[in-house]
Design a protein around this ligand. Structure first.
Ligand code: AMP
Ligand code: ZN
Length: 141
């Protein structure tokens, strides 16, 4: 399975750095974003390292989207945000900062006026962990 030793998400997959894991299967992994826009902000990645949507094989994108749907449903059911955007960035101009393809499950609040570049501010780890417990408990088949 392709892997980049410099990649922070590959390091999470290896267990070399910690993450608030939500879910994994043979092909995909989901975890909490540590700089959340709002409560329940999660990321879904393939276990294979691919940089962006242009380079990711279609079958990998298919499994990635299936897991993204599963996590989006769990966030909706457990956190009940006003809405959820699914977001995926390709390239610096699109504000991609981690070059291992990922879908953001991005909870929204009415009137939050969020920008596509929302600015990364570290969240409270204890709070993120509690939210992860809630979402994990809401993941269904
Ligand atoms: P993007 O700008 O679309 O590439 O998004 C990368 C996302 O990864 C940002 O929202 C970061 O907050 C998030 N991120 C970076 N490092 C970590 C990490 N170690 N654990 C969880 N999320 C991370
Ligand atoms: Zn990677």
């Amino acid at each position: 399975m392709s892997h980049d030793p410099e990649c922070i998400f590959c390091k999470i997959l290896e267990g070399a750095i910690p993450a608030f894991k939500l879910y994994e299967d043979d092909d995909t992994f989901a975890f909490m974003d540590i700089n959340p826009l709002h409560d329940g902000h999660a990321l879904v990645i393939p276990k294979e390292h691919h940089t962006n949507i242009f380079e990711t094989p279609t079958e990998v994108l298919t499994t990635l989207m299936a897991t993204t749907q599963r996590i989006a449903k769990a966030v909706q059911n457990s956190i009940a945000p006003d809405g959820i955007n699914i977001l995926q960035a390709n390239g610096h101009g699109a504000a991609q900062s981690v070059f291992h393809i990922h879908f953001h499950v991005l909870p929204r609040k009415n009137g939050d006026d969020a920008k596509l570049n929302w600015g990364l501010r570290p969240g409270d780890k204890d709070h993120i962990e509690q939210l992860a417990d809630k979402i994990r408990a809401a993941i269904s088949d």
